[in-house]
Design a protein around this ligand. Structure first.
Ligand code: NAD
Length: 300
């Protein structure tokens, strides 16, 4: 513990926080924690110095983060990365970390595995994936979906409140935050794909795509894609939402696998899963919003 900080009127001791994974989401989230008065120690394996927010301290490995920080946040691309980093934190020789808060979207199986490997070493794991994109990460308006016991949620909520406007405990168990996040992204990816197909249909009928989006946004067909992704990233042709298509394809794959595991209805999910896999294979480095161009060109 070090200095004292104040959030929403409450005063609490500032804790040294670790942040591993300083990409599109991690960097702005780490910057917010720093701005809230916490010492932050960061690490990204693709290069920490160029991603680290000003004022944070660079570590050379996850082990170094674990030796410096009591609480460590993860914002990593997938379950393999979270599991590897959790194992490294658990094995750190002079470890200070007692709690790992995983903000990544990694699926139910990986979240349970992370929780189990950390518990075996006496650490707590908070399954806490987020929604709201890079903008939400910058502005602290994310939704944080937590699968953790009430007492653990209460212990970490003040930090989550720095990142999210809505921090909701959706269940007791690790993996339940992931379930909520995956079903959200299933709907978000479906909305993006369906809106793209509908706008392409309009264009084939001679309608102006910008006008189509304007009318949708005051009609019952409004989606998260028509409200934000189309006006900001698709109609201008910038395709710079900040969420990789490959990561969205990963999320839909995780959703489809999880739905199969629990034998949930998944007929529409199967079609969506195929579409996003094809898109990822064709455009492995594209932003998720580029699927609108892919769908527009994909006339059977
Ligand atoms: P990103 O690819 O921009 O960032 C991930 C970072 O993790 C990269 O900088 C990478 O170098 C680093 N990394 C990977 N393996 C590592 C390891 N073993 N040790 C240290 N660093 C490692 O991805 P992102 O868009 O910031 O997304 C991060 C997570 O948040 C993903 O799980 C994603 O699904 C989720 N998410 C993203 C968005 C979005 O809009 N971008 C929104 C909500 C949730």
């Amino acid at each position: 513990m070090s200095t004292v900080w104040s959030e929403g009127g409450a005063t609490m001791a500032a804790t040294t926080l670790g942040f591993i994974g300083l990409g599109n989401m991690g960097r702005p989230m780490a910057a917010r924690l720093l701005a809230a008065g916490h010492p932050v120690v960061g690490f990204d394996r693709a290069g920490t110095a160029e991603r680290l927010p000003a004022g944070a301290r660079a570590a050379r490995s996850a082990t170094e983060v674990a030796e410096a920080a009591e609480v460590v946040f993860l914002s990593l691309p997938d379950g393999a990365a979270s599991q590897a980093v959790c194992a490294e934190i658990a094995a750190a020789p002079a470890r200070r970390t007692h709690t790992v808060i995983d903000l990544s979207t990694i699926g139910l199986v990986a979240a349970r595995a992370c929780a189990a490997s950390l518990a075996a070493a006496g650490l707590r794991y908070v399954d806490a994936p987020v929604s709201g994109g890079v903008r939400g990460a910058e502005q602290g308006t994310l939704t944080v979906m937590v699968g953790a016991p009430a007492e653990l949620f209460a212990a970490v909520e003040p930090w989550l409140a720095v990142l999210g406007r809505h921090c909701v405990r959706v269940g007791d168990a690790p993996g339940q935050g992931q379930a909520m996040k995956l079903l959200n992204n299933y709907l978000s990816a479906m909305a993006l794909a369906a809106t793209s197909e509908a706008v392409a249909f309009g264009a084939c009928c001679g309608l102006d795509p910008a006008l189509v989006i304007d009318v949708l946004n005051v009609s019952t067909g409004r989606t998260s894609a028509s409200a934000d992704k189309f006006p900001r990233c698709i109609l201008p042709g910038t395709y710079d939402y900040g969420f990789a298509g490959a990561l969205m394809a990963k999320d839909i794959q995780l959703y489809f696998e999880a739905a199969s595991d629990v034998d949930a209805p998944r007929g529409l999910a199967a079609r969506l899963h195929q579409l996003w896999q094809r898109f990822r294979a064709a455009h492995p480095d594209a932003d998720c919003t580029y699927i609108a161009a892919y769908i527009a060109a994909d006339v059977p």
